[in-house]
Design a protein around this ligand. Sequence first.
Ligand SMILES: NC(=O)c1ccc[n+]([C@@H]2O[C@H](COP(=O)([O-])OP(=O)(O)OC[C@H]3O[C@@H](n4cnc5c(N)ncnc54)[C@H](O)[C@@H]3O)[C@@H](O)[C@H]2O)c1
Length: 258
Amino acid sequence: MSASKLKGLVAVVTGAASGLGKATATRFVNQGAKVVLVDLSTSKGQDVASSLGKNCVFQPADVTSENDVREVMACAESKFGGLNVAVNCAGIGIAVKTYHPKKGPHPLDQFSKVLQVNTVGSFNVMRLSTELMMKRPCGELEERGVLINTASVAAYDGQIGQAAYSASKGAIVGMTLPIARDLASCKIRVCTIAPGLFDTPLLASLPEKVRKFLCDTVPFPPRLGYPYEYAHMCQSIVENEYMNGEVIRIDGSLRMMP
Ligand SMILES: NC(=O)c1ccc[n+]([C@@H]2O[C@H](COP(=O)([O-])OP(=O)(O)OC[C@H]3O[C@@H](n4cnc5c(N)ncnc54)[C@H](O)[C@@H]3O)[C@@H](O)[C@H]2O)c1
């Protein structure tokens, strides 16, 4: 079996202090990549980076900030010499109904905040990653880089209270193809993963009864996804040069009902 294509690549992973981002950063480092871990300054990003060794560095950043993300790119360039892969895992979710008989209409600032972090944040990272990737000369048949986003099955099967979250993830699904087309001439591929239910700190905090209920909704395998399975999908996208402009569900064939 040939060595992992990740060996020697430089990657930026956002949301890397926890859950899917942490699993991805860990897998990439273990496969020989150099990784800039990005997360909020209040996160455990530094602890994660320290545990992974010298081939990674933590760069605190809010993905919605142009300055912060420019500093992430400066870090990738100065520490590791450029950028080949960016994985967007930073994200937030809320559960608020469009209208609640007692609480009134959905607060607009909460709706905007979810779109700002999940959609605008992902786009911010993609556009500035592209700028850095473009600094690297690239042969005629070579690819320059890969951008990977994280949507959700909620982009398709949003539940009660998920108007903001589903809108933010639907937007990520919607921009995948046009950005892949925009960046084709730059030799940069763009893919999005739409995870089902994964066993991250987000779901770990739920009562066992609720976790069991959720597991029972997944046809096969009837369990939550392991974060390393998401990370494996990221690696597969990087390694498969013909994968572009596509959204891939990874969900045990879960289709959520209302
Ligand atoms: N866990 C699941 O079942 C599941 C399912 C579908 C989609 N997703 C998506 O996968 C992604 C990762 O989810 P997770 O379960 O690992 O969640 P998580 O909460 O464990 O990790 C998300 C990370 O993003 C960081 N973050 C939040 N806002 C940020 C910002 N503005 N700038 C930088 N970092 C920020 C958080 O600090 C956190 O470390 C999210 O986009 C989420 O919507 C998760």
